[in-house]
Design a protein. Structure first.
Lengths: 107, 115
């Protein structure tokens, strides 16, 4: 099974800061990598699919990059409404696997 | 508007059974891949099962042989039959459209396995 290692597990940043989260797959998954946002008490929401494609309606301050085993998720200018936990997910092979999550807080 | 509404969760004793339902609107369940994903209290997301539009089904090893995913095309509803429930199955269960790229998700239904 493919393992997804996401880091950091949590971070604290100021409004307007650039925030970066990394996700590493245990084997090559090409670009079969998604990023989800989960706000407290809510269901996850798809932000980025296929490593770098922004889902319709998602603000352009969110972006993703990478292929193979190493991926990056970036918030270019952190906003108060971005407080959430972010998860990467591979879907190259079943069982699909999520990273452990990164909790983003405002400093 | 695409919407998913789960129901059927609750408190159940270890070894018991429960069936979760996921009523869909705004799209046709049978024409899409449909997934179940769960989240234990305070923990991360865990993929549980998927049913493809063609009817093939797949499960996480942790639930294989105990859970069954199915759909009722006439009701446009997805199901998850859960048998031989264990304490470690305690979680919020989300249904979602898609397999691989999963969106949107329902609001989730809480399953608590405890004596």
């Amino acid at each position: 099974d493919i393992q997804m290692t996401q880091s950091p597990s949590s971070l604290s940043a100021s409004v307007g800061d650039r925030v970066t989260i990394t996700c590493q797959a245990s084997q090559d998954i090409s670009n079969y990598l998604n990023w989800y946002q989960q706000k407290p008490g809510k269901a996850p929401k798809l932000l980025i699919y296929d490593a770098s494609n922004l889902e319709t309606g998602v603000p352009s301050r969110f972006s993703g990059s990478g292929s193979g085993t190493d991926f990056t998720f970036t918030i270019s200018s952190l906003q108060p409404e971005d407080i959430a936990t972010y998860y990467c997910q591979q879907y190259d092979n079943l069982p699909w696997a999520f990273g452990q999550g990164t909790k983003v807080e405002i400093k | 508007e695409v919407q998913l509404v789960e129901s059927g969760g609750g408190l159940i004793q270890p070894g018991g059974s429960l069936r979760l339902s996921c009523a869909a609107s705004g799209f046709t369940v049978s024409s899409n891949y449909m997934s179940w994903v769960r989240q234990a209290p305070g923990k991360g997301l865990e993929w549980v099962s998927v049913i493809y539009s063609g009817g093939s089904t797949y499960y996480a090893d942790s639930v294989k042989g105990r859970f069954t995913i199915s759909r009722d095309n006439s009701k446009n509803t997805l199901y998850l039959q859960m048998n031989s429930l264990r304490a470690e199955d305690t979680a919020v269960y989300y249904c979602a459209r898609g397999g691989g790229v999963v969106d949107p998700w329902g609001q989730g239904t809480l399953v608590t396995v405890s004596s």
